[in-house]
Design a protein around this ligand. Structure first.
Ligand code: GDP
Ligand code: IMO
Ligand code: MG
Length: 430
């Protein structure tokens, strides 16, 4: 019986982590976000309603689930307020939410700097979400950042804020950007403290108490492994580690607790923003998949780039994150294609490679080697079990398992909570 479950993105983000987290959150006592911030856009759909979350955990729809924004996140309190208001407007009013006192805070200058750093790169944009995530993590690691818990001590907060405003105004002025007035920022953050203050607690203590009481805890990753600051397609990555490996640090628990990891993977691949993408498609099929899968970013509305399922990436991410099961998402989107392809290896400068190279210059030269399978025409959006799937769809799933060495534990055949086929016994027991 597993009481902990980590849900991570195993490609370039937007794999369907929100849907899978919400699906399991119905049985979880606690859902914890442990990295990233409001650069994430997690969609959840049930009872005919669609919800979009940026920094709030996807367990928020279950009133019995305690939702935690962990210390490894960068929290934009203004954005949290906007999200809470939006949830409220959609009728979500009964929830439990706590924010770590040690979480780094995204300040108003971070998004301005995010945009400015991008324009300094000239033609070589990363294509960030411009939410200030990179600059906020930079300040955390350069030890000049502010943390959510600082809001609870007004005098200490004032002292830290004064230093930060002074430092940032110099940088903003150099970049020709508007500067900030200490008093205005201070007054606004004290208003925020009055609203969010009761939710700001020592979340590591909260989570550990739940762990030792055998509560069911789900850790919800944001972004995807190929956007990892260490293992992703650097520098076209985000500024955190979306892996299961960052759960212990980002939630404040021992690594010994992690024993059940679901790698969320689309049945194909998408990427939003710049950077190499070996299986990217530029033909009619990519257009078809983009329209059928509504492949447009939830945060920025940008069209997502589309490509075939990449087993090289899947093997790599499963090795890095210890993935026990795949949650294979948007499987319905592939229905109707004559042929479907899976990338088995790359060819790099005349040699076959089976793991991604470290530099994007080499990755950009990697040519995908494919296995081609027959497609299926049937609509599978109402399918409730693996056995009911068309034979060719089953063969596609089996090929992914064979090429990655990891079983497919969940298959998603539509955005709704109910359009989920649960196969894995380990996951049934969560
Ligand atoms: P996340 O960032 O990993 O949570 O993923 P996003 O929510 O950004 O993007 C996934 C998109 O696919 C959302 O619009 C979901 O509603 C949708 N979705 C999730 N699972 C399925 C599925 O099985 N089929 C279809 N057609 N759409 C899905
Ligand atoms: P979810 O959790 C997809 C991408 C951006 C950009 C790069 C860096 O919804 O899967 P950042 O703003 O983080 O500095 O941008 O990372 N990116 C995502 N792409 N899904 C996400 O989150 C992403 N979060 C960041 O598009 O290429
Ligand atoms: Mg998303």
């Amino acid at each position: 019986m597993s009481e902990r479950l980590v849900v991570i993105g195993s490609q370039w983000g937007d794999e369907g982590k929100g849907k899978i987290t919400d699906y399991f959150a119905c049985r979880a006592d606690m859902v914890v976000r442990y990295q990233g911030g409001n650069n994430a856009g997690h969609s959840v759909m049930f009872n005919g309603h669609k919800y979009s979350l940026q920094s709030i955990p996807s367990g928020i729809f279950n009133p019995n689930t305690v939702n935690v924004m962990g210390n490894g996140m960068v929290v934009n309190p203004e954005s949290v307020l906007v999200e809470l208001q939006r949830l409220h407007d959609q009728g979500v009013t009964d929830y439990q939410l706590f924010i770590s006192d040690r979480a780094a805070m995204v300040m108003p200058w971070h998004s301005a700097l995010d945009g400015a750093y991008e324009s300094l790169k000239g033609g070589k944009l990363i294509g960030t979400t411009k939410k200030g995530i990179g600059p906020a993590y930079c300040d955390k690691y350069s030890r000049s950042g502010l943390r959510m818990g600082d809001l609870l001590e007004p005098e200490y907060f004032a002292e830290r804020l004064k230093a930060a405003v002074e430092e940032k105004n110099m940088e903003l002025a150099m970049l020709g950007l508007p500067t900030f007035d200490f008093q205005q920022v201070y007054d606004r953050y004290m208003e925020i403290a009055a609203i969010l203050g009761p939710r700001i607690v020592d979340t590591s203590d909260l989570i550990n108490k739940a762990l030792i009481s055998d509560k069911k805890i789900l850790f919800e990753g944001a972004q995807g492994m190929m956007l990892c600051i260490d293992h992703g397609t650097y520098p076209f990555v985000t500024s955190s580690t979306p892996s299961s490996a960052s759960v212990p640090v980002g939630a404040g628990i021992s690594p010994k607790w992690i024993d059940n990891v679901v790698g969320v993977a689309k049945a194909y691949c998408t990427r939003v923003g710049e950077g190499p993408f070996p299986t990217e498609l530029f033909d009619e099929i990519s257009h078809e998949i983009r329209e059928r899968g509504h492949e447009y970013g939830t945060v920025t509305g940008r069209p997502r780039r589309v490509g075939w399922f990449d087993a090289v990436v899947a093997r790599y991410t499963s090795r890095l994150a210890g993935i026990d099961n795949w949650a294979l998402m948007l499987f319905d989107v592939l229905s109707g294609l004559d042929k479907v392809r899976i990338c088995t290896h790359y060819e790099l400068d005349g040699k076959i490679v089976d793991t991604p190279p470290s530099t994007i210059s080499k990755l950009a030269r990697c040519k995908p080697v494919y296995v081609e399978l027959d497609g299926w025409k049937e609509d599978i959006t109402g399918v409730k079990s693996f056995d009911e799937l068309p034979d060719n769809a089953k063969a596609y799933v089996r090929k992914i398992e064979e090429l990655t060495g990891v079983p497919v534990g969940v298959i998603s055949v539509g955005p709704d909570r109910t359009q989920t086929i649960l196969i894995s016994e380990k996951l049934k027991n969560f």
